[in-house]
Every structure is written in C-alpha cells, then in structure tokens.
Design a protein around this ligand. Structure first.
Ligand code: BGC
Length: 732
C-alpha cells in the first residue's frame, strides 16, 4: 500500500503534518546550499515517506500507520526474539527493520545492575535490600541508575523489576523481589519503573503471575482462587500498569489454575487488557511459550528469546487462517505502541554493550542503598554502634575471603569490585592490628580469636539463586554451629546476615546483636562498617516476616510448597506473609515492618477522618485521611517508617489487617513532625469473586498505625460506606 493511501485512510491530523513537511522540504530545497541542511532535507523526506515518525500523532496512531506498511514477514519478525544478535550482548534481541526504520529491540537483565555478563557496570544491592529502606525516593533513584546504565549499554528494554509477592520464604528469587505485601510491592514497583523509564529504556514488570517458587518452575501449576489472585498477587502488576505506566510485562514459566501463564486468556486478555486497559506488550519469559495458536489467542504478544512458536509456525498459522491477520496486527501494535510511547523511534540510541557505564556517583549510590537497606534486628545493651577503640574479630567467609554481595541466576551482575566487610571495617577504623579475621573453617581458631577480642562479628550467608529454592530456612552448612561456638566465648557476638531472604535463628538468645544486610552489592564492607560504627543510623525495616520455626510459616504443608504432583495449592488464600501470622496468632521471630534504630521514636495524636474530595486521584478516590505526629525521643538523628494498616469489618474472610500506607520520616534528636497518609478506596475494599468486582463493605473499619506490623500503638475506627460518607472518626 502506498503512503498516499495511508495518508487518506488513516489520519485526520496527518494532512496538517504532511502539509507542513512539504512546505518545509520545499523551503529547505530552495535555501539549503550546505550539507547539514541537505541532511535535514533527507530527514524531512524520510518523514514524509514514514509518517509514523511524526511526534504530533499519538503512539496508537503512529503504530497503525506503520503496521499498514508491514509485510507478513516483517510483522512476524517483530513478535519473536532472534538469534541474529550482536555476539555476547543482550539476552534478547529483535533486529532493526531498516526498510521501515523500526529500531532494534535490545533486552537485558538487570535487577541490581546490568546483567548478562556485561562488564564495567555498577553492582547495586539486591532489590530486597533497597525495598527494606521503605523509601520510594531511593528506589526511584535505584531505577534511574539502572535505566541510565542500561541505556548507555544500548539496552532499550530493561528486564525488571521483579515484583511478585513473596509467598514461600524459601523461594530462591526472594532477593530479586520487594517482599510479601501487595500494596508495598506496588508502591516500590511504581517508583522503580518511573526511574528506569525516565532514562530511556522500557521497563518490564515480571514475572506474571503466581511465580512464587523455583522448584519445578517449568511445569508447576498454582491452584489459586480468584479473590486471592486479585487481592494478593495482582496488585503489584496493577500498580505498575496504572501508575507506573510500565511498557512491558513478562509472563511467567508456571501455570495458574491449569494454564501456562503465556497462553492464559484470563491472566492476559481479561486481567491485563480488559480490566486494566494495558496497551503495552506482553513478552514471554525465556522459553515460557508452549503453543502458537493458543498463545496468540491467550494474549501473548512476543516470544522470547527465539522463534520456536512465533516464527515459521505462526506464519503458517496466519496463512492457514488459524490466526487472523487482525490478531497478529494487534500483537504487533502492542509492541509498537510501547516503543512509540517510550520515544524509541524519536531518540537515537547511542549506547553500546562494551561502554564503561560506571561512575563515582553510582559507586557512592550503591553504598547509600546498602546503608539504607541494612536492617538492625537485635541490639541488646546497645552493643551497637561499636566503639572505635574496641578490638574486633571478623568471622566467616562472607566477612572476608568471599563477600556475599549478590544472588545468582539471570540477575547476576559482574561486580567491578567487592569491598569485603573485613576491608570495610579496617578502612573505617584505620588500625588494622585491632581487627583480626577467621574464615570460620577451624572452630578452635575462631573460639580463641573471639575470646580475645572485645567484639566478635560473624558473617553468615545463603547462596540463593534463580532455578532453585532453599531446601529449608536454616543457614546452610555449619553456620548455626559457628555462631553458637562464637557466642559461647564472646558476650558481644554480632551476627550479620548476608542472605537473600529470611532464615531461622536457633541461636537468637545467645547473641547480642543481629543485622540483616541482604546481598549488599559492591560496597558491602564500607556500608556495613558505616552501620556498625554508627556513621549511619539504621532505618530499614523488614519487607517480609522472619519465622521462629520451620513449621511456623504460611506454606509449611507439602501441598502448598513445593506441591504434590505438580500442583501447588494456595490454601492459605489471603493469609500470605504477616497476614498468616496474625490470622493464626503465630509469633514471628521478627515481624514484617520491623527494624531498630540507634535512636527511639514515639507516635502520637492520631487523627483518622474522611478525606476531602479534592484529594481524589484519577484511579482511586482517596477515602480517608490519616494524620499523626512522630517524635524522635532519642539523642541522635534518625529516620522512622510509619506504617498504616487497615482492619476490615469482620466477616468477609479477610486477614486481620493489611498495610495500606507508609511514610519514612527523617527526624533530628527531639524533633517532631506531622505525617499524613491518604488511604484510597482500595484500602476499604475487597474483591467479590461472585460479582467479579471490588466492593466496599459498609461498616466500621479500624486504622492501626505504628512502626511494624506487630507494634501498632495508635488505633482508631472509621465508618465507611454509603450510609456513612459524612462520618467522622470517633476517638477511643
Ligand atoms: C528469567 C528471567 C530473565 C530471563 C532472561 C529467565 O530464566 O526467569 O527473569 O529475564 O531468563 O535472562
């Protein structure tokens, strides 16, 4: 079809653009003797023959124009990855279409830095660490650093963030996620996606959906009811699309209720397209496609990384009529719309895979994230912060010989350097002789050094990786014995956990202090030294629950995890993470939202009242205003994370209470600040699976505010519902 025909068919706005261009070309032809101007002429001419390059048009209009020009082969080429990619580069690639000027799509992993064996990149702390900061500004910066480095490497689709709710604490990819709460994960996702997409690349919300275990992940079938799907597993994706405007979603390896994610019409067509009006593209996880026609009908736009089902097989299906051209076009369109929206046709991608994208700012940022993500879990007798004059023994491989800075799998990053905790502490103190080290392999050596030192710091770790879950929540090897052996001879034993998720702590009563440092990235040692010596006052909070015992977890039954006969039954329903501990009155070791500081805080003066209408946002009307004061009652500056939970009126099968708002507040010693949250409609809603929609049960809700899910000193009821729109809060 000629471009003239396109012009007539398609656009009411196009004639204006075209008219302008023709005049511009003519004007330039008359007046442009110089080369630069001639190039402008060439570009303008191209724009005339490629009207989809006009930025005046909407992404949808541009995509429509372009699709009209594409042959069947060109369309097929868009909907699958290609092995014809620059060697040793991106993990996924769709070559450019030179005839039509469609840029190549270059996809790279990068949950904590550019992955896929790229060199000269920054290794940030794991996502679970930055999430522990509960600081949406920090995670927005994290996204920006990732996006900037990816773009400079030539990547235009960043395969992150991973936003699945952590259901199984042993999940091998817990470190790649943000934790166990749907609302919290959604807020983190919005901030990170905005950060990534502000720097050039399209972000990718993954892995959709019920990707909650690695064991048997290519076949596992998650048996889960609709209300649980909607209330627990879907909200992070919903937030990513509605408020994060994410360009792509990756469908997962697993099945949900019998159907593979990448051909699941309920998950893709109904939940993403119909309900959320998602207009970006759905790509498969690597090798997660199992069919051609069923996947096309189910809603998958693009197969990655190759063309097993969406190459010749799809072309044959189109020619044979099993797949209509209209369906193929709509998948191509989804890809193009996201590309146009992100400006991939409008800005030159000058990056390349071999570029050195590091900077001193990014090194410093990596350290800041590690400091802000380190959670102080126990600190008896104010053993921490350490005195600079104390003699210290650093124990454990992760403390010296083999720092545990990151998890493994597709998110792995080639660290430019790793500062070991031993080096970090020695650098901080400046007196090497007072800081000794033992790797922990010889318990006699350890005991002697621990006995002689003022303080013993034991670094323990887990080796978490994509592709496998941890067998249980115990620290692997003899690390539990190592800690107990040290604690027997040193009253001042501090345990630092470099783990990807929660672990059991059978030695908890034997030690003076515990710190969760997660996988802290390249600046490991510098960050932990800053926390240990109090240069940084810890302010992070757990984004998931730590259990007291192996059977005291929400998914302790084999049917739940790892599943029986390939079925993992989500029988805990809504009671995921802290919800289960609260519902079953099980005492956690450390609750969701918990973390200590070197100072103390007090919350007071809670007000809960209906919000004014002006505060309504476009997606969710804001219903309730929560306001309170936070005071730093200690002697040093610090930050507190104030958390607001809502308890529903009883009787609808919901968990006792759920996180609906949080804010991090920085306070000088003695300072008081007022904190406000607006709780939206969703905070007071449940999903009615029989009506297939959200409803807000009338009745009295409770708003609980505090500093962890188990420390909620301020509580007020509020009546919500049609009859009570004007109701105000009653103080107890
Ligand atoms: C992982 C994805 C990753 C992809 C490409 C898959 O195994 O599940 O998270 O993006 O590989 O490396």
């Amino acid at each position: 079809m000629s471009s003239r025909k396109v012009f007539e068919d398609e656009m009411s706005t196009y004639p204006r653009v075209s008219g302008f261009l023709i005049s511009a070309v003519l004007a330039l032809l008359l007046a442009a003797p110089h080369l630069a101007e001639c190039q402008t002429v060439v570009r303008a001419e191209q724009q005339m023959s490629r009207p989809w390059n006009s930025k005046v048009l909407t992404p949808g209009q541009r995509a429509n124009l372009l699709i009209k020009q594409m042959s069947l082969d060109e369309k097929i080429a868009m909907v699958h990855g290609s092995v014809q990619k620059p060697a040793k580069t991106y993990v996924g690639y769709v070559p450019a279409n030179l005839r039509l000027g469609i840029p190549a799509i270059s996809l790279a992993d990068g949950r904590a830095g550019v992955g896929n064996h790229a060199h000269d990149v920054t290794l940030l702390p794991a996502p679970i660490a930055v999430a522990s900061s509960w600081d949406v500004g920090l995670i927005n910066e994290y996204g920006k650093v990732l996006g900037q480095e990816q773009w400079a490497k030539g990547t235009n689709v960043e395969l992150g963030p991973s936003i699945d709710v952590v259901r199984v604490p042993e999940w091998g990819r817990t470190f790649e996620s943000y934790g166990e709460d749907p609302y919290f994960n959604g807020q983190m996702a919005i901030a990170e996606i905005n950060g990534i997409q502000s720097q050039g690349p399209i972000a990718d919300a993954n892995m959709y959906l019920t990707m909650n275990q690695e064991k048997n992940r290519f076949k596992e079938d998650s048996i889960v009811d609709e209300r649980t799907l909607r209330e627990i597993y879907f909200p992070p994706f919903e937030a990513s699309i509605r408020e994060g405007h994410v360009g792509t979603v990756m469908c997962a390896y697993v099945k949900t209720n019998g159907i593979y994610s990448c051909e699941n019409p309920f998950l893709l067509n109904d939940m993403l397209r119909k309900d959320l009006h998602f207009d970006g593209w759905i790509m498969s996880d690597w090798g997660a496609v199992h069919s051609t026609v069923a996947s096309v009908r189910g809603g998958l736009d693009q197969e990655m990384p190759d063309d097993k089902f969406y190459g010749d097989a799809l072309k044959t299906a189109v020619i044979g009529g099993q797949v209509s051209m209209h369906d193929l076009d709509s998948h191509v369109r989804n890809i193009l719309v996201a590309m146009f929206r992100q400006g991939l046709f409008d800005k030159k991608q000058l990056g390349n895979w071999t570029a050195n994208v590091r900077s001193l700012e990014h090194d410093a940022f990596s350290r800041t994230v590690a400091e802000q993500g380190t959670v102080l879990l126990k600190n008896d007798h104010s053993t921490l912060p350490l005195s600079e004059t104390a003699s210290i023994v650093v124990i454990g491989e992760a403390g010296g010989s083999d720092p545990k800075v990151e998890g493994a799998g597709s998110s792995a990053v080639v660290a430019p350097y790793k500062v070991s905790p031993l080096d970090g502490i020695r650098n901080r103190v400046g007196a090497k002789e007072r800081i000794t080290y033992a790797d922990g392999s010889d318990l006699d050596v350890v005991a002697k050094l621990a006995h002689d030192a003022d303080v013993a710091i034991v670094f323990v770790h887990t080796d978490d990786s994509e592709g496998g879950d941890r067998p249980d929540l115990r620290l692997p090897g003899n690390q539990d014995e190592l800690i107990s052996a040290v604690a027997r001879v040193s009253k001042k034993t501090i345990v630092v956990l470099d783990t990807g998720g929660p672990v059991l702590m059978p030695w908890i009563d034997e030690v003076a202090g515990v710190i969760e440092a997660w996988y802290p990235g390249q600046e490991d040692g510098n960050a932990i030294a800053a926390v240990l010596y109090g240069d940084v006052n810890p302010s992070a909070k757990l984004p998931l629950t730590f259990a007291r015992s192996a059977d005291g977890i929400p998914t302790a039954q084999e049917e739940q995890w790892p599943g029986v006969n390939g079925l993992s039954t989500y029988s805990e329903k809504l009671n995921v993470g802290y919800r289960w501990y609260d519902a079953t009155h099980t005492q956690p070791l450390f609750p969701f939202g918990f973390g200590l500081s070197y100072t103390t805080f007090k919350l007071s003066d809670l007000v809960v009242k209906p919000a004014k209408l002006e505060s309504a946002t476009q997606h969710m009307p804001q219903r309730v205003l929560v306001r309170l004061n936070v005071t730093n009652t200690g002697a040093r500056e610090g930050a507190e994370v104030v958390q607001a939970y809502v308890a529903q009126p009883a009787g609808n099968g919901e968990p006792p209470y759920q996180l609906r708002g949080f804010a991090k507040v920085q306070l000088k010693a003695g300072e008081t600040k007022s904190v406000r949250f607006l709780l939206d409609e969703r905070s007071f809603s449940i999903y009615d699976a029989s009506l297939h929609r959200w409803i807000s049960p009338n009745g009295t809700y409770e708003v609980l505010v505090g500093t962890s899910s188990r420390d909620l000193p301020l509580q007020l009821p509020i009546t919500v519902g049609n009859a009570a729109r004007k109701a105000s809060a009653h103080h107890r």
